[in-house]
Write a protein that binds this ligand. Structure first.
Ligand SMILES: *Cc1c(COP(=O)(O)O)cnc(C)c1O
Length: 495
């Protein structure tokens, strides 16, 4: 089998500041043949300077090569597998990018009048409708800009709903297997958090939940599949326990690619949920670009959704409805990150119902394939079946002095981006692996082969792993110093 090798042009790269020498120019222009504008007059003298101190002076070819070389230092989904658990770093079909670039969509402006925005509004309405169907919910807002923002919106909806009934209540229950943003969200919305412990299967202990339930509880925030990659099998019963005491169930569905086409949160009793369009529905992420945390609700929460809402007039034209007295208001300027919305709809329509379900089945298959192959070498965290990701612990390797972080660093030498290290926190020394549905079998085999090989290295020569990476441009960095004393700004050498 072919092992991956690294093929970077291994030239050490100077900073542009270091390449600079006085008088070099990156462009050549003919002399002006129109009267020059006086910059001071046009912009105000105080806004104009003659020179920027230490501004790098480099030629065009140097600049181009510098950035081209830097671009080869990156690891990205276009180069290989990105097994970062809880992140769904999957390959997204290029056709969705092409659709998002169509002029009328890419150049649409939020201040365009409704009469010129009918197509754009129809796309928003169509995606709301598709997601409502996929989630089994009654209404969707696309306004929130990210997953955590969707959570915040969702819990504000719960608060407003309970307030309208006379009592916003005090606490939100959060299982220890929830994503870290869940308790943070509840705290931001003014709730106290109560933690629920998982049982030996990595699931919420229904008995423990019942014991904590009283009428001060506003909601349960549950991540499903949870952060150990396990589906909460008692979810319907959990919802019933909450509803019996008048509380709401919030589901963090960031990772809906384990469920789409197979199970619908609305069908098992969830009142409100979000899903990350930038994980499951085809927007690339990981570079901090725009995302969208679509929030879906059952009908009793619909009046509280952010405004405006898109709706159809009697004459069949789309319009923005601002007249929503119970709405929590805007959670973002305008209508959401529209480019993300376009990609998600293109992805859903291109796949269709059968295609979406197959994507889910492939995500589950890939994760379980990796689990089965690696189980003889690494300790699986929970015996319960895995969904779209599998979580191991480093317990066997730690006995020989090698930890999850070391194994991840060694994986870089094999040409892979590391998996998620030491998360979720309830698994000591976690290796969290999410292959996603888009990885071909050969890539999965290479990945497993690398991890098996590393486990053998740990038996024979642990130092090799402890000092990794060896083949990367930068050797192992001092992570403590890098976090405590980061050097993020170039300073001209003295003297
Ligand atoms: C990624 C993720 C989030 C947060 O989403 P952001 O878009 O990063 O805010 C929340 N919950 C789960 C389960 C996630 O995987």
């Amino acid at each position: 089998m072919i092992r991956k090798t690294r093929s970077n042009i291994s030239q050490n790269e100077q900073l542009l500041f270091e390449m600079s020498s006085p008088g070099k120019l990156g462009y050549q222009l003919p002399d002006l043949d129109v009267p020059a504008v006086d910059a001071g007059e046009a912009l105000g003298a105080e806004n104009v300077r003659d020179e920027v101190a230490d501004f790098p002076e480099v030629s065009e070819v140097e600049t181009l090569r510098h950035f081209s070389r830097l671009s080869t230092w990156n690891y990205g989904i276009d180069l290989g597998m990105f097994p970062l658990g809880s992140c769904t770093m999957k390959y997204n079909p290029r056709i969705n990018e092409a659709v998002a670039k169509i002029d009328g969509l890419a150049w649409a402006h939020p201040y365009q009048p409704e009469s010129l925005s009918q197509g754009v509004m129809e796309i928003i309405a169509a995606l709301e409708c598709s997601l409502a169907e996929i989630f089994g919910m009654d209404a969707v807002t696309l306004q929130p800009a990210a997953g955590a923002h969707g959570e915040f919106t969702g819990i504000m909806l719960v608060r407003s709903y309970l307030e309208a009934q006379g009592n916003a209540r005090k606490t939100v229950l959060v299982p220890d297997s929830a994503h870290g943003t869940n308790p943070a969200t509840a705290a931001m919305a003014g709730y106290q958090i109560r933690n629920i412990q998982s049982n030996s299967q990595g699931m919420v202990d229904v008995g423990a939940l019942e014991a904590l339930m009283d009428d001060s509880v506003a909601a349960l925030m549950i991540t499903n599949p949870n952060t150990v990659g396990v589906f909460e099998e008692n979810i319907a019963q959990i919802c019933a326990v909450m509803h019996a005491k008048g509380a709401q169930v919030y589901m963090d569905g960031a990772n809906m690619n384990a469920l789409v086409g197979i199970a619908r949160p609305g069908d098992f009793g969830v009142d409100v949920m979000h899903s990350n369009l930038h994980k499951t529905f085809s927007t690339p992420h990981g570079g901090g670009g725009p995302g969208a945390g679509a929030v879906a609700v059952r009908s009793h929460l619909e009046p509280f959704l952010p405004k405006p809402r898109v709706r159809k007039n009697a004459d069949g034209a789309w319009t923005w409805d601002y007249n929503r007295p119970q709405s929590i208001g805007h959670v973002k300027a305008f209508y959401g990150n529209f480019g993300v919305i376009v990609r998600a709809l293109a992805y859903i329509l291109a796949h269709g119902g059968v295609g979406l379900k197959n994507a889910t089945l492939d995500a589950l298959l890939n994760a379980n394939y990796i689990r089965k192959i690696l189980e003889p070498y690494y300790q699986i965290a929970y015996p319960a079946p895995s969904m779209h990701e599998c979580v191991f612990s480093d317990s066997r390797q730690a006995a020989k002095g090698v930890k999850t972080g070391d194994i991840a660093k060694r994986l870089i030498d094999y040409g892979f981006h590391p998996y998620t290290v030491s998360f979720p926190m309830i698994v000591h020394g976690a290796l969290m692996i999410e292959p996603t549905e888009t990885e071909p079998l050969q890539e999965l085999d290479l990945f497993c082969d690398a991890l098996i090989s590393i486990s053998k290295e740990i038996d024979e020569n642990p130092e090799l792993v402890l000092k990794a990476p060896h083949l990367s441009r930068t050797p192992r960095v001092d992570e403590v110093q890098a976090a405590r004393k980061p050097v993020v700004r170039w300073q001209k050498p003295q003297g």
